[in-house]
Design a protein around this ligand. Structure first.
Ligand code: NAD
Ligand code: UGA
Length: 464
């Protein structure tokens, strides 16, 4: 097919963790559409066009390579591609604003607004604009006001189609989504535009999983989904602290509680706290909106979800310090994993960053190992220079260490030869399992002093 034969020309502005995989999936499932991604970062585009994609995501390489150059394209010609597109998804980053009014809370919408103005400047025919990024409620209205303010009287429909994929399972989530949500204005042109977006997904998503709504409910549903998920993690993490004081086992509690179908068993794994680029920013975004609407009690309620997350990370460091005789200075500690979760190289807001920094403050000699995230880890800890070592091989990384702290639930950490690791470490040897993925009894038998999350510690130190 040449470009003029494609049924639709779809553009995505922002070729990141969301734009890349979602557009690759649309191209893969819809050979009749031409799908193009653009980005202001030319290096990112060059990587998408290379053998080494800019993000690691299981199954992504295969999908991209099967359609790239056929109906999936990566380009830096943002103006030209905007001009040619029928439908434009916008998937730029919407981080927490770090300056001025709302600093540290509100969403920073500068990237979004720039995109809207660029779309307006480069368009000579009406287009459908789709919010893929996660945005404050009513952003679409601001977008409409900018886009529909042009001198030519062009009309743009602005829709919301939030993305629910999780990193590490993005391809599976896109292939078999729980739901696809499309929100539009309930006007004639809004409803027609909504149908065009629904038509795309109908190529592979069952009809009953495609949900339509008004724009504001769609924008809010995305935020609320992330709020509920993060709230569950803070809830179980709060119980993990209680378990450590009382001798109960948080995994057993989670199992018993989660078997009630009204509660469900997902997102009840106690951990060192949630990370990732979205949970914290989306909670704070809602907290800020609540404050601006005068809903202070609601704002405080959701703020506490972030508060417990911060507490959980600090608690982990305090537990390490107390267990290791109240001093970490000069001791070698190895972090097993640095990614914010398994099966991704992403370290944005990873709890490992906070824990690494706190350990370095305690003058620990830090060694970091991770199968996919070392490149990002080096950037995150660049200001500590030579004080941190990075080593891909976990056996090498643990050699000569006083302690291991598991930060990421990589499968490969479950099956290492821990006897060999123990033999290479300084004694008494400690393991702090921040993900509860290891066989704690077996480690104790080997000789480790084992500190899980939300379970009694197994230690040889009190024996004599
Ligand atoms: P990202 O930082 O990986 O990607 C955003 C990309 O947009 C970057 O490559 C950046 O260079 C580009 N960009 C910024 N301004 C631009 C402009 N004016 N023109 C062209 N390109 C521009 O971010 P992400 O993780 O893909 O997240 C994007 C949005 O999706 C956020 O709103 C996020 O909340 C939401 N989201 C993310 C996930 C996730 O798992 N990461 C899941 C669901 C929703
Ligand atoms: C999350 C949501 O799951 C996605 O639906 C959403 O689209 C996305 O945010 C987003 O909007 O960015 P993601 O952050 O990629 O996806 O990964 P999650 O699986 O949600 O994990 C987030 C964090 O919570 C990780 O640090 C993970 O280790 C932690 N977690 C998760 C726990 O500590 N315990 C759990 O039981 C589950």
């Amino acid at each position: 097919m040449n470009a003029t034969q494609f049924a639709k020309k779809i553009l995505c502005i922002g070729a990141g963790y969301v734009g890349g995989p979602t557009m690759a999936m649309i191209a893969y499932k819809c050979p009749q559409y031409k799908v193009t991604l653009v980005d202001i970062n030319p290096e990112r585009i060059a990587e998408w066009n290379s053998d080494r994609l800019p993000i690691y995501e299981p199954g992504l390489d295969e999908v991209v390579k099967s359609v790239r150059g056929k109906n999936l394209f990566f380009s830096t010609d943002i103006d030209g591609e905007i001009h040619d597109a029928d439908i434009i998804f916008v998937s730029v980053n919407t981080p927490t604003k770090m300056f001025g009014v709302g600093a540290g809370m509100a969403a920073d919408l500068q990237y979004w607004e720039k995109t809207a103005r660029q779309i307006l400047a480069c368009s000579d025919q009406p287009k459908i604009i789709v919010e893929k990024s996660t945005l404050p409620v009513k952003t679409a209205q601001a977008m409409e006001r900018i886009l529909n303010s042009g001198p030519d009287g062009l009309h743009f429909d602005v829709l919301s189609n939030p993305e629910f994929l999780a990193e590490g399972t993005a391809i599976k989530d896109l292939l078999e989504p729980d739901r696809v949500l499309v929100g539009s204005r309930l006007t004639e042109s809004g409803l027609a535009a909504r149908q065009e977006i629904v038509d795309i997904y109908q190529n592979w998503v069952p009809e009953e999983k495609i949900l339509v709504s008004d724009v504001w409910s769609s924008e809010l549903s995305k935020l609320v989904s992330n709020l509920f998920l993060s709230q569950r993690i803070s809830t179980i993490n709060s119980i993990s602290a209680f378990c450590e004081k009382t001798g109960a086992n948080v995994a057993r509690v989670a199992k018993a509680v989660g078997m009630d179908p009204r509660i469900g068993d997902k997102f009840l794994k106690a951990s060192i706290g949630f990370g990732g680029s979205c949970f914290k920013k989306d909670i704070l975004n809602l907290v800020y909106m609540c404050q601006t609407y005068g809903l202070d009690e609601i704002a405080e309620y959701w703020k506490s979800v972030v508060g417990i997350n911060e507490y959980q990370k600090e608690r982990f460091v305090t537990n390490m310090l107390q267990a290791m005789f109240n001093t970490l200075a000069g001791k070698r500690v190895c972090l097993f994993g640095f990614a914010f979760k398994a099966n991704t190289g992403d370290t944005r807001e990873s709890p490992a960053i906070y824990i690494a920094r706190r350990l370095l403050e305690e003058q620990t000699q830090l060694v970091v190992t991770d199968p996919k995230a070392l490149r990002n880890a080096k950037i995150d800890l660049a200001d500590f220079g030579e004080k941190v070592e990075f080593e891909k091989d976990p056996y090498e990384a643990a050699k000569g260490c006083h302690a291991i702290a598991v930060m990421t639930e990589w499968d490969q950490y479950k099956t290492l030869d821990y006897q060999k690791i123990f033999d290479s470490m300084v004694k008494p040897a400690f393991i702090f399992d921040g993900r509860n993925i290891l066989d704690h009894e077996a480690l104790f038998e080997i000789g480790f002093n084992v500190y899980p999350i939300g379970k009694p510690a197994l230690t040889h130190l009190n024996e004599s």
